[in-house]
Design a protein around this ligand. Structure first.
Ligand code: NAD
Length: 307
């Protein structure tokens, strides 16, 4: 297959590129910048440009079978600061990408939405794909609006679409600045001797999944005939307090933790229902938190500066 990863030089995209290359696919990456932590990969066809550049996007989509859209100019913590800019950067650009995908007869369009942001405050736990969608952050509102447009493009123009809703992935190459990821931030702070700030009392549970588990599942769903919406998580809730004690055990270091008021954009408790991926016999998460965290710790130790 000929695959285009838009936003493919980020955390998830770089691991997905590794998987696609290992499985023998042709990989083209469209991103505004190169990867932060690795040099360019010899077998990737890079296109460095912003998604706002329609001619460059058009050219990058020529001859492509599957488009993965991973580019996002915001994360929950920065969303809501400049809503108009966020809509322009994420929503409007995505509509242009969808128009091109229809025009160029792309066989499948895979969108990375968010399992943590689109549902809002959960009414049931674990949260299945048909749970109500009532996002509480601008990030989540834009993700769910894009999901609605994907259904619209599927119905109106016959574009084959797949929506992935990842929970909280963690792993090597997860950045720190503007990144979504407490585990890499905590490990980096532990290495540099800085404290960690925990928002809330540390009992809120989230659903963490190691990056290679996430990528294997995404790969199997996307390359197969699947369409529609899939939650991708571990299906297990772990509190920040538990994460800290695993981190202390793995690193053999004592964490200096500061507790602060919880943040209003954050859904504090969520666990994804992963029955659908299990039922469709897609790959199962295999990494325990201990094993995954120790992989990230090794990466943090060997990486000079994580930004
Ligand atoms: N990491 C998580 O915890 C998580 C959880 C759920 C969903 N997601 C979603 O998955 C997707 C990938 O996440 P990630 O963690 O790899 O993010 P990331 O920030 O590491 O990667 C995003 C990539 O998009 C590129 N990009 C941003 N704006 C661009 C633009 N205007 N033009 C071209 N490229 C642009 C960036 O340069 C970056 O390489 C995002 O859509 C994110 O919202 C992430």
């Amino acid at each position: 297959m000929k695959v285009l990863l838009i936003g493919g030089n980020g955390f998830i995209g770089s691991h997905l590129a590794d998987k696609l290359l290992a499985e023998g696919h042709y990989v083209r990456i469209f991103d505004v910048s190169y990867e932060r932590y690795r040099i360019q990969l010899p077998n990737v066809d890079y296109r460095i440009s912003p998604i706002q550049s329609i001619p460059d996007l058009y050219e990058s989509m020529l001859g492509i079978d599957i488009v993965f859209h991973l580019a996002s100019a915001s994360v929950p913590s920065t969303s809501g600061i400049d809503v108009v800019n966020e809509v322009n950067q994420n929503l409007i650009s995505t509509l242009s990408i969808l128009d091109l995908a229809v025009k160029l007869k792309v066989k499948k369009f895979v969108y990375f939405s968010s399992g943590g942001a689109v549902y809002g405050i959960p009414e049931t736990s674990p949260i299945s794909e048909d749970h109500h969608i009532r996002p509480i952050s601008s990030y989540g509102i834009i993700k769910s609006t894009i999901e609605n447009y994907l259904s619209f493009y599927q119905r109106t123009y016959g574009l084959n679409t797949l929506i992935l809703r990842p929970s909280n992935p963690y792993g090597p190459r997860q950045g720190h600045f503007l990144a979504q990821g407490v585990i890499s931030t905590f490990l980096r702070n532990l290495k540099t001797g800085n404290s960690f700030t925990v928002y809330g009392d540390g009992t809120a549970t989230k659903d963490y999944i190691f990056i290679s588990d996430l990528v294997n599942i995404c790969y199997n769903i996307s390359i197969g005939d699947h369409t529609g919406v899939y939650n991708i998580g571990s299906g297990i809730g772990t509190s920040i307090k538990e994460i800290i004690s695993i981190i202390e055990a793995v690193t053999d270091k004592k964490a200096n933790v500061i507790f602060a008021e919880s943040k209003n954009y954050d859904v504090s408790n969520f666990i994804l229902d992963i029955t659908k991926i299990s039922k469709d016999q897609l790959a199962k998460p295999e990494y325990s938190l201990e094993k995954g965290i120790s992989k990230v710790w090794n990466w943090v130790l060997e990486t000079e500066s994580i930004h």
